[in-house]
Design a protein around this ligand. Structure first.
Ligand code: ASP
Length: 292
């Protein structure tokens, strides 16, 4: 079934993780704020790509999420971030890996969508950001006191998927990666077909979870194949996530098919999600599937 013109759909997520007591309302409110940011654009006829970027920027600016401000610290106690965004209309991809000193990595990734290169890392990504006029900040300006006191290995990622009124799809991710990770470590989040993918003829998906496992399994590519086989959204995500424990870890995913059907699933303890659509424009948020 093709997409009905005049419909928009948006899902955002705040990461597959185990929430600490007291973090629930910040997760919920943050996802709702991100969904509102995307909704405003989509309702006004804006593009899925702009909506995904706006939603992810909102999440990056909030300290409760491991992306942008409030990112996890690596083995050196420093912040290196990854982000990817994809335009389902053109199959344009922009991604940055192990980038330092930018408040909104998704902004840099978005600027790369128009370029030939798909992925820039570390100093190269920072140089690109600077050339595009993005102001760099001190790397420790992104660290929050909470992250500095975290010793346990933690992970999560933020993401969004959108369908706009013109039938275009987009998907994106942004993450501070894993606490204590080696310098230069890049997970699935900037890898198209790993942590995210969008194709107007198929659908859009964004994952969070154990990055090495998601990359090995090419989870986003699996979702695209399932959608091409006509699989329902939640069933496709569930089947893909069921493979994760075999290679290690857990995760969560949000997705939209080209016909506008959307859904989400996770096998992590929590997965903060908010969604909105032209059928139900006021965003709603959940912290786990049990709550839906
Ligand atoms: N996938 C992210 C990474 O490996 C982390 C996460 O989503 O939990 O960097």
């Amino acid at each position: 079934m093709e997409h009905d013109a005049g419909r928009w759909v948006l899902l955002v997520h705040g990461g597959a993780k185990e929430m600490k007591p007291g973090e629930e309302s910040d997760n919920r409110e943050g996802c709702l704020a991100a969904a509102q940011a995307g909704r405003r654009l989509l309702e006004a006829g804006g593009s899925a790509l702009d909506a995904v970027e706006a939603a992810i920027r909102t999440l990056e600016n909030l300290p409760v999420f491991n992306a942008g401000y409030g990112s996890a610290l690596n083995e050196r106690g420093e912040i290196e971030m990854c982000s990817g965004i994809m335009d389902g209309r053109t199959l344009g991809v922009g991604a940055v890996g192990a980038i330092r000193g930018v408040r909104n990595p998704v902004r840099v990734a978005r600027m790369l969508v128009e370029e030939k290169e798909v992925l820039l890392v570390a100093e190269g990504a920072e140089l690109f950001a600077r050339r595009k006029g993005i102001e760099l900040c001190a790397t420790d300006a992104l660290a929050t006191p909470t992250r500095e006191s975290e010793l346990a290995e933690e992970h999560d990622t933020v993401g969004a998927v959108a369908l706009d009124l013109d039938g275009n799809l987009a998907a994106g991710t942004s993450t501070g990666g894993l606490t204590g990770a080696p310098v230069g470590r890049i997970g699935d989040s900037p890898l198209p077909g790993g942590g995210y993918y969008a194709d107007n003829h198929v659908g859009a998906v964004s994952f969070s979870g154990d990055g090495e496992s998601i990359a090995r399994l090419a989870l986003a590519a699996r979702i695209m194949a399932s959608f091409e086989d006509g699989e329902e959204v939640e069933q496709a995500i569930r089947k893909a996530l069921d493979k994760l424990p075999h290679v290690g870890g857990d995760g969560g995913g949000i997705a939209i098919r080209k016909d506008g059907r959307s859904g989400w699933w996770h096998n992590s303890p929590h997965f903060a999600v908010a969604s909105a659509s032209s059928d139900d424009p006021e965003p709603r948020a959940w912290l786990s599937k049990d709550e839906e």
